[in-house]
Design a protein around this ligand. Structure first.
Ligand SMILES: [Zn+2]
Length: 273
């Protein structure tokens, strides 16, 4: 399995990261996509990706932390991306859920990072809350063609289908383990398997029965099991398909254990230009 979105770089995990990764791998999680939040965190993410097998870096500027971002951070992101060790730019997008976040500034930041991703021919990890139509419109306006993953999807089925048509995976998180999460459970059951990814968003979005605990990549199998049950498909099929979908969209090896570095050949390697 690949956890398509987990913040295992955070300082709260510092002293327990090695056993955390070991337990996740023992549970069958072989890939970890680690998105950025702000400029301060990028170095840690890059170091983690260099050091740990199956860990991939997706630095970017998160829309919720506008006050931490500076114009020069975009230049630094551009330089970082040029180093070729980045699989995506993330997490970027629009958040209309949190009150008091300047929507105009969010839009500018989002568009700048989309342009940067297009220039580098990289996919993006999207953070979208109550702004799915606005994000779709922005992607269309920019003719963004490198796809990516919509993390912890909360939109409608129609919006999910539009994202998928534009080359994006819909990432399903622990929310589906709650019976009351009817809409997202319905979306997870309805989309084609080729459209899906899975994630924990560790340390956030605790699973049903695990509230009050840190969420961890080792719990990803519970998301996969719930997804399999909702779809009437086997756990193995869901695990394999979501892993391969993420590997394809991000241009990484779907079997991090088998080889060091990316092994997928053309056309995926072209992204790394
Ligand atoms: Zn996140």
């Amino acid at each position: 399995m690949i956890d398509s979105h987990c913040h295992i770089d955070i300082s709260a995990f510092e002293s327990r990261r090695t056993p955390l990764l070991a337990r996740a791998r023992a549970a069958g999680v072989e890939g970890f996509i680690v998105p950025g939040v702000d400029r301060m965190g990028w170095r840690g993410i890059m170091e983690l990706a260099r050091r740990e097998r199956g860990v991939y870096a997706a630095p970017g500027l998160h829309p919720m932390y506008l006050d931490l971002h500076r114009g020069k951070h975009l230049d630094e992101l551009k330089a970082l991306v040029a180093g070729g060790e980045v699989v995506a730019i993330g997490e970027i997008g629009l958040d209309y859920h949190v009150e008091g976040l300047d929507r105009h500034r969010q839009q500018e930041l989002f568009e700048s990072q989309l342009r940067l991703a297009a220039l580098a021919r990289l996919p993006v990890l999207l953070h979208v809350r109550k702004a799915h139509d606005q994000v779709l419109a922005t992607l269309r306006r920019q003719h963004f063609a490198h796809g990516g993953i919509v993390h912890a999807f909360t939109g409608s089925l129609q919006q999910a289908e539009q994202f998928f048509e534009m080359g994006f995976l819909i990432s399903i998180c622990g929310t589906i383990t709650y019976d009351r999460a009817k809409r997202v459970r319905h979306i997870a059951a309805s989309l084609p398997l080729e459209a899906l990814a899975v994630e924990t968003d560790a340390p956030d979005i605790p699973l049903a029965g695990r509230r009050g605990e840190d969420n961890l990549p080792e719990y990803l199998p519970e998301v996969v099991q719930t997804l399999a049950a909702l779809r009437g498909e086997s756990v193995a099929a869901i695990a394999r398909a979501t892993r391969d979908n993420v590997a394809l969209v991000l241009g990484i090896s779907s079997r991090p254990h088998a080889a060091a570095g990316p092994v997928l050949d053309w056309p995926f390697q072209q992204r790394r230009v």
